[in-house]
Design a protein around this ligand. Sequence first.
Ligand code: SAM
Length: 234
Amino acid sequence: LFLEPTIERDVAIEATVPQANYLLNVLRLDEGAAILVFNGRDGEWRAQLRREGRKRLFLVPTKHLRDQMPLPDLHYCFAPLKSARLDYTVQKAVEMGAGLLQPVQTQHTQAPRFNVERAKANAVEACEQCGVLAVPEVRDIVKLDRLLAGWDAARTLVFCDERAGAEPPLATLKPLADRPIGLLVGPEGGFSAAEREMLLALPFVRAISLGPRILRADTAAVAALAVLQAAAGD
Ligand code: SAM
C-alpha cells in the first residue's frame, strides 16, 4: 500500500478513508493483520493494522524489508490517448520500467487535456501491483516542439516510427543500453509529416521500427518498452 507520510518504525500512520475502506471492507483485514507499505522514499516496510473505534485505522510500521530503489532512468514520452487506454498505457509503462512519464501534445493528439492526478494514481497502483518502490514522476502535458527544444541532448530520444527502416530495433538499441533514454510514441493518428521531419533532423533522435505492422499506440508502447528491456538485458 502506498502512503504519503514518512515511514518510521513504530510510528503509527493513519490510513485515509479510501485506504481504510479498501483494507477493512475490500480485503477484509482486521486488527493485527500485516501488510506491505511504501512511500517512494523510505523503502518497503511491514506494517500492522491497528483500529481505533469503528472508523479510524492506523498502520504501524514494524519491520524494514527493502531499501529504497532508485527510479529507472527511462523517460516515457507519449501522446495521451482517451481515458481507459491512457490508464492502461500509464500502468504498463510503470510496470515496464519507466521512471518519468511525459505526456506530449502533438498535432494529431486526440485527447489534449491530461489529468495528471489520475495518471499519478494509476502509476501508484502499478507500483503497488508489481512491487516497484520508486514511484515515477508524472509531468504535465507539453507541446512536442517545446519538449524537443528543452531536451537534454545527452539523453537519446528513441522515436517509434512506423516508417523507420527495417533495421531490427534491438540492433539500434543495444549500443544505447547503458545511456539515458527517452522513448517517444505517437497518437492514434500518428505524427504529422512536419513533426516526423523535425524529429528525424535532431541529432539526439534515433528512429526505430517495431515491425511491418502498424500497431495501436498502446500496443506500440508496450512493444517498445519490451524491446528496451531486452536491449538492457533486464
Ligand atoms: N500514422 C499511423 C496512421 O495513422 O496510420 C499510425 C499511428 S500508430 C496507430 C500510433 C503510434 O504508434 C505511432 O505514432 C508510432 O509512434 C507507434 N507505432 C505504431 N506502429 C509502429 C511500428 N510498426 N513501428 C514503430 N512505431 C509504431
